[in-house]
Design a protein around this ligand. Structure first.
Ligand SMILES: Nc1ncnc2c1ncn2[C@@H]1O[C@H](COP(=O)(O)OP(=O)(O)O)[C@@H](O)[C@H]1O
Ligand SMILES: [Mg+2]
Length: 327
């Protein structure tokens, strides 16, 4: 069963002068219940735009022109099975945010207000969303501290008294405080040192298992994504190039972009060989050329790759790829 299903989503940002920047260019993927789908790709490929589209927190110049985002949620499920988030009114969407889907933002450190105690900020979200008493909220805060592994006495501190890793744990506690069914974590560890990154990742993994949540985990770092995910989605220039189970990505990745991404990540840890970077640059999203987005950088590019975009096809169970080599 899927907790979330995205079908043929297309979203662009309108720029000054009327040009369109195609940030999400016809993508489809799903998140299974109690599982994690990871999204990986170079900076600027559209990962955060997907997160903002799901939560409908896009800026005014963003235009969604196609697609559905199906999500199973509370009362609405009872009525209709699943609901297309893109069709919901503001009020229902507000209800779904935090309680149905909550988010750990990129650069989350700035989410905490410096003039309020950390614990009070988490309690405020719980009381606003769940309408519970102060006593209940305090009890729940104690539970959350145990879950994210912060000493509850520290909840009386202000954000500046927290280290980077602790702030991130507090943000995770905040995201969990409303018992969401789905968490979207967008680069939650990118700003942290390596040891804190590792600790936070392990923490998130444990929490997700314990609370049986579904998760979308976004990062530009392939190792981080594959460490935590069940299914991995590889994005390039607003499109999905390949999606498969984590194990498959390393054992049998098919798309030349995934292969290059793995090679460049592995070379970082390989002291003997030179660092490998993918030659060339990501394409311009304002005037996308025809054909496959990766063909200018692809060592296997053929004539057809320049002209016609390959179909995104399921070539074996849960393994999708968009590449002319496999059609
Ligand atoms: N508000 C906006 N207006 C115009 N372009 C935007 C806006 N937000 C993001 N973009 C552009 O959309 C593309 C995708 O951005 P983003 O989703 O943030 O990528 P990622 O999270 O993978 O780094 C980038 O080219 C970025 O510059
Ligand atoms: Mg981003």
């Amino acid at each position: 069963m899927n907790a979330l299903e995205i079908n043929n989503l297309i979203m662009y940002y309108e720029l000054f002068g009327g040009n369109k920047l195609m940030a999400i260019n016809n993508i489809s993927f799903s998140v299974e219940e109690s599982k994690t789908t990871g999204i990986v790709g170079e900076s600027g490929c559209g990962k955060s735009s997907i997160a903002s589209t799901i939560l409908k927190i896009l800026p005014d110049n963003a235009k969604i022109i196609n697609g559905n985002i199906y999500f199973k949620y509370g009362e609405i499920i009872k009525r209709s099975g699943k609901v297309d988030l893109l069709t919901l009114d503001k009020k229902t969407m507000q209800d779904i945010r935090w309680k149905g889907i909550s988010m750990i933002f990129q650069g989350a450190m700035n989410v905490l207000n410096p003039v309020y105690r950390v614990g009070d900020q988490i309690i405020e979200i719980m009381r606003y969303k769940d309408n519970i008493s102060k006593e209940e909220a305090n009890e729940k805060l104690e539970d959350l501290c145990r879950i994210v592994n912060i000493d509850s006495s520290r909840m009386k501190d202000y954000p500046h008294q927290f280290s980077g890793g602790m702030k991130q744990k507090a943000i995770i506690a905040m995201a969990l405080s409303t018992n969401p069914k789905l968490i979207i974590a967008d680069e939650p560890t990118t700003a942290l040192d390596l040891i804190s990154q590792y600790n936070i990742l392990e923490q998130i993994k444990k929490i997700q298992k314990k609370l049986n949540m579904s998760m979308i985990f976004i990062s530009h770092n392939l190792f981080t994504v594959s460490n935590i995910s069940d299914q991995v989605v590889v994005m390039y220039a607003g499109k999905i190039m390949e999606s498969c189970e984590k194990k498959k990505l390393f054992e049998n990745s098919l798309h030349p972009y995934s292969i290059a991404l793995i090679k460049s990540c592995l070379s970082i840890n390989d002291k003997k060989n030179k660092l490998y970077g993918i030659p060339g640059e990501p394409p311009n999203l304002v005037f996308p050329s025809s054909g496959c987005a990766f063909y200018p950088r692809c060592p296997y590019a053929k004539e057809i790759c320049k002209k016609i975009e390959p179909e995104y096809k399921e070539i074996e169970k849960k393994h999708f790829v968009a590449c002319w080599r496999y059609i």
